[in-house]
Design a protein around this ligand. Structure first.
Ligand code: PGA
Length: 270
């Protein structure tokens, strides 16, 4: 086994699987059991966050104990008041073993009517509960402004009141709405531009240390076929996958390509 590394930056690469409203508890546990041997030592090199449905969180948390897999939720309630039937609070997520939580996914925004202010409220509650937010930011289908203006305006509202040390520990996913559930991901040039814009904005607002350390990945129709080609820019630290993130083999191939492109890592399975 050769473990050659290119220039290793200060950012550990990252991969995320968003299982959305799919996978039974049994399927979630089966994924984890299949995925762990496929990913093997890659899990030490890449931070892999899996985001199951609420119903599977606790059992998946038990299943991944002792492994380098991170557990995330897909959303949380914008309140801690208990009189919200059918909702899940940040504290309940932390209690069920989550370390991360996705916030601002386009599907949640559209279906639940979350605007940037609501996502900002959720961000605050997540941080107060000790969760690490993974903020999804990308231009919307209905945006009338340029990509630059859309991303800057949205980041400004989403991160209102956030402190540099909080932002540094968060993750960001550049995910344009049109790229979700499509046949192919966004073009590598737009992925590089989107991730670069986010990093540039964070650097300008929160300083170079934060800009250099925060992880920014791309999401939207990521597949093993396209993974390596999406990772060329230094601003991109990894990938998030919906459909391909529910297939243990495909997701392990994506994680492998992240390690190969970002760290120059080669393993016997490649
Ligand atoms: P997809 O989902 O990979 O199936 O396009 C991505 C997402 O919605 O985050």
């Amino acid at each position: 086994m050769s473990t050659e590394r290119k220039v290793v930056g200060i950012r550990k690469p990252m991969a995320l699987a968003n299982w959305k409203m799919s996978m039974t508890v049994a399927e979630s546990l089966a994924f984890v059991r299949d995925f762990q041997p496929l990913a093997g030592s890659l899990l030490q090199r890449v931070d892999v966050v899996i985001c199951p449905s609420f119903t599977a969180l606790w059992l998946v948390a038990q299943e991944i104990k002792g492994f380098n897999l991170h557990l995330g939720a897909q959303n949380l309630a914008a309140t801690i008041e208990p009189a919200h039937t059918g909702q899940i609070s940040a504290h309940q997520l932390a209690d069920s073993g989550c370390r991360w939580v996705m916030l601002g996914h386009w599907e949640v925004r559209r279906q639940q009517g979350d605007d940037d202010e609501v996502v900002n409220k959720k961000l605050r509650l997540a941080l107060e509960a000790g969760l690490r937010p993974i903020l999804l930011v990308g231009e919307g289908e209905r945006d009338v402004f340029s990509v630059e203006a859309s991303l800057a305006g949205r980041l400004d509202r989403l991160l209102h009141g956030a402190r540099p040390e909080e932002v540094e520990r968060m993750g960001f996913i550049y995910e344009p709405e049109v790229a979700i559930g499509a046949d192919t991901p966004a073009e590598p040039e737009s992925v590089a531009r989107g991730c670069g814009l986010i990093r540039g904005w964070i650097t300008a607002e929160f300083g170079k240390r934060v800009g250099d350390r925060v992880r920014i990945i791309y999401g939207g129709s990521v597949s093993p076929q396209h993974a390596a080609g999406l990772l060329s820019s230094a601003d991109i630290d990894g990938l998030g996958a919906g459909r391909a993130g529910r297939d243990a083999l495909k997701f392990s191939q994506i994680v492998r390509q992240i390690a190969q492109v970002k760290l120059g890592f080669a393993d016997p399975f490649s």
